[in-house]
Ligand binder design. Structure first.
Ligand SMILES: Cc1ncc(COP(=O)(O)O)c(C=O)c1O
Length: 404
């Protein structure tokens, strides 16, 4: 992998922050965008912009063709059985809310249980908690194992006849640890319980093969995969494509409407009311092509080498507490400087142009598990380098001295 030419493709990496070259280590929150994604969006608005699906004029047809081609690109990227199972949404949070609202309508009954894990992002807790509080439902929480991944072996103990859904993060956004989703799907299928996989942090770093994994629901966000904000996907298994009540309706979702009755469209369109984020979806498709051109394996290997390099150096610092300290995980490092507030560490690193995230990372239950307020999180992307990693460690050592 040629990191130099990859870096050259990202205009923002030429920015300086406080007089230092930008070292962007906040990829878990959102990734930067390569010029080809920015260009694809500009080109769409320059040459194509029109509303999709119902127009007979040339631009509308062009826009529709590009949107549906993007759906195919997404399906291929994730090896989904069919493009029709890919629903475009505003992102992971929107996708999970759609599933929660849809399931609440028919599938979930008062007193039912949903199994999640202690490592979930708030976006994969709150929609279920919202339902549970209104319907006397119960959230059942899987713990972490000794590698600080979600303990899927505890699933069997947590499942009861009232379990109606399992909803698990694939990769923890705070720790980077990887859930054994293959085992989770196997157990879910054994008990005929639907399973949702939150792929917000796995899709950018690991090969996700939906055809092989066969979850009921898979969700992710474009902006964490070098694509634009405001778009993402909800993958539905064939069963749920037909059975999930659409949580929202409106233009674009129908075959015929009278004031007495509506016949809804079949497939993905039933879940996509209103004008979609066409430019965003086209940008997303270009981002996936960018990732495929490099290769998911190459991206994972590169990020893994940065992770191991940084982790080894952090382990050698007695002032550092590491969380989720494990070799086999996505490129995310969470740590604290003993006795210092994560915000202070993040603010001081920013003085050297180093962007890291600080706080609870929308995983407050996980923070409660560790008995801490928050952490400093460095998360790697395809454009980060060993030199940047060394610079980060060097400046972190300075910050430790300043705060001691
Ligand atoms: C694991 C996980 N789930 C869900 C989300 C929510 O994603 P979005 O804000 O793109 O909807 C995030 C974002 O950080 C995440 O890391």
């Amino acid at each position: 992998m040629n990191t130099e030419s990859i870096r050259a493709a990202f205009p923002i990496l030429k920015e300086t922050i406080n007089g230092y070259p930008l070292v962007y280590l906040d990829n878990g929150a959102t990734t930067q965008k390569p010029a080809r994604v920015i260009d694809a969006i500009t080109s769409y608005y320059t040459h194509t912009n029109a509303n999709v699906h119902r127009g007979v004029h040339t631009l509308s047809q062009r826009a529709t063709i590009q949107l549906e081609a993007a759906r195919k690109t997404v399906a291929q990227f994730f090896n989904a059985p069919s493009a029709g199972q890919i629903i475009f949404t505003a992102g992971t949070t929107d996708s999970i809310n759609s599933v929660a609202l849809g399931l609440a309508e028919k599938h979930l009954q008062e007193g039912d249980e949903i199994v999640l894990s202690v490592a979930e992002h708030h976006s994969n807790i709150l929609p279920w908690q919202h339902w549970a509080q209104r319907h006397k439902g119960k959230l059942v929480v899987l713990p972490l194992n000794k590698e600080q991944s979600v303990d899927v072996t505890a699933l069997e103990d947590k499942i009861t006849p009232r379990t109606k859904l399992i909803a698990l993060t694939h990769v923890s956004n705070t720790l980077g640890t990887i859930t054994d989703v293959e085992a989770a799907v196997r157990i879910a299928k054994l008990h005929a319980i639907p399973i949702l996989i939150d792929g917000a942090q796995s899709a950018p770093h690991l090969t996700v093969n939906l055809g092989k994994l066969q979850p009921d629901f898979f969700v992710c966000s474009a902006h964490k995969m070098y694509g634009p904000t405001g778009t993402g996907i909800l993958y539905l298994s064939e069963r749920w494509l037909n059975e999930l009540p659409a949580p929202r309706t409106g233009g674009g979702t129908i075959k015929t409407v009278t004031f007495d009755h509506t016949e809804y469209a079949e497939g993905a369109l039933r879940f996509e009311p209103g004008t979609p984020h066409v430019a965003g979806i086209i940008g997303f498709s270009e981002a996936l092509k960018f990732m495929s051109d490099i290769g998911l394996e190459a991206i994972a290997q590169h990020e893994q080498s940065l992770l191991i390099h940084a982790q080894n150096q952090l382990r050698a610092l007695p002032e550092i507490d590491l969380y989720g300290d494990h070799e086999h995980k996505a490129g995310v490092i969470s740590f604290n400087v003993k006795g210092a507030h994560p915000f202070d560490v993040g603010t001081l690193l920013d003085k050297y142009g180093i962007a890291v995230r600080t706080g609870h990372h929308c995983t407050q239950p996980l923070m409660q598990h560790y008995g801490i307020q928050g952490t400093v999180r460095a998360s790697f992307g395809v454009y980060n380098t060993i030199e940047e990693t060394n610079f980060f460690i060097e400046k972190l050592k300075k910050v430790i001295k300043m705060l001691s």
